[in-house]
Design a protein around this ligand. Sequence first.
Ligand code: GLU
Ligand code: ZN
Length: 500
Amino acid sequence: MSIRDRYAPSPTGLQHIGGIRTALFNYLYARSAGGKFILRLEDTDRTRSDQSFVQNLYDTFAWLNLRWDEGPDIGGPFGPYIQSERFELYKKYALELIEKDRAYYCFCSQERLDKVRADREAAQGASGSHESGYDRHCRDIDREEAAERVRAGEKCTIRLKIPLGESTKFHDHLLGDIEWKNDDVNPDPVLLKTDGFPTYHLANIVDDHLMGITHVLRAQEWLSSTPLHVIMYKSFGWEHPEFCHLPMVMGQDGKKLSKRHGATSIDEFRRQGYLPEALLNYVALLGASYEEGKEIYTPEELSARFSLEKLNKAPAIFDYKKLEWFNGQYIRMKSDDELAALALPYAITAGLFGKAGVEPEGTQKLTFIAAMPLIKERINFLHEAAEKLGYLFSEPPTPAAAEFIPKKSDLAQTVTLLKLGRELVRPMAKSNDADAEALIKAAAEKAGVKLGDLMMPLRVAVTGARVSPPLFGSLRILGAEQALARVDKALAALSAEVSG
Ligand code: GLU
Ligand code: ZN
């Protein structure tokens, strides 16, 4: 059997971690088995669905470089892949269930339904366990009479006739055998609304059937709908797909991942400087384990390793620190050119090249690229590049004298150290790291001072801070003239301080 699975989001919100995890697992499962991964838009809720959310979905998946084999934008043999373009079809299938006596017309007014629900909730305590709370009032209306009332134009919905006194069994790939008493399933839910629009349940199973979906991998919150779906498949006389409800994604406090924990929409992660590869890699581990001791996987490696057997039952914990670590790892894997291209938009926004929004000009872009080796090992987010490299693009203000002074040293000695360092600027700016280090080490030894003490005032003079990207690389990028100018300025300030 060739596997066909799908991601079936309702475009009623931004794409978030949970949705991406569902999509990715379906994608990997299809890839792992040489099957097809399908995108279907479940926009039956006309008031909550919005085109901007559809666009967000396309943008997100393009950014993540996750592609489907069939979908609304690229078509396929089972289209259309947008439910609002399939409404006629659902009506036909709802009527088929009426024919089979597996569904019936309900003529209850909204007022009546509201009252039934309110009474039931009052009787049960506020929690009213069923979403519709319907009392099956119209279930026993004579079929002929009902058909007559419909012909006469009376307003109605179509409801599923759940077989009572039985139970429904199905197998969940992860959770095992599940059995529900039919009497506990949402009582005879609406399939087709008064306006002829389908409900989610009807559209979802009709489409899974017609699109030849073999596996439904979806979030665990859908588990409680599954008995109903199985009953619907049986009512049609169809085989149901294999179900696999994915482990929940929790925050570190064990509560369902939400805004309270941090970013959840993919847009937000993107703005914060995460790389799509890092995010995908991390999300692929949310509820699945592949190889002992291996954490970094390319999408191809994941596709080759994924199987339903790799899924965990236990909820997945979303750890922002761990994701940050992944991001750092992926940043280190980039070439200088790649990293510069990725970090550049953030640097422009941050105003690294002048005011916020100003593009690099002249040699600034080359400088930016050349500076990537200085920060690649030190940043976990793309926006940090600009924060760390400011001193290469504009002269930092000369720090207060105290900033220059190495531990256990004093101002007078610091001036001596900086003068000594000054002599090394020209040769070091022309040397690679190893040679520059050899030079300054030799000088420190000769003068009988600690290497760190010799470097500190020079670093502060050149970069404007005690903690900075590597000094030797900074000297090369700035060039001897600019570096010397900064050292001289610092020397002047320190000397004034000594004599003053
Ligand atoms: N439209 C549903 C959702 O938004 C699909 C659930 C399913 O995968 O069956 O998640
Ligand atoms: Zn009714």
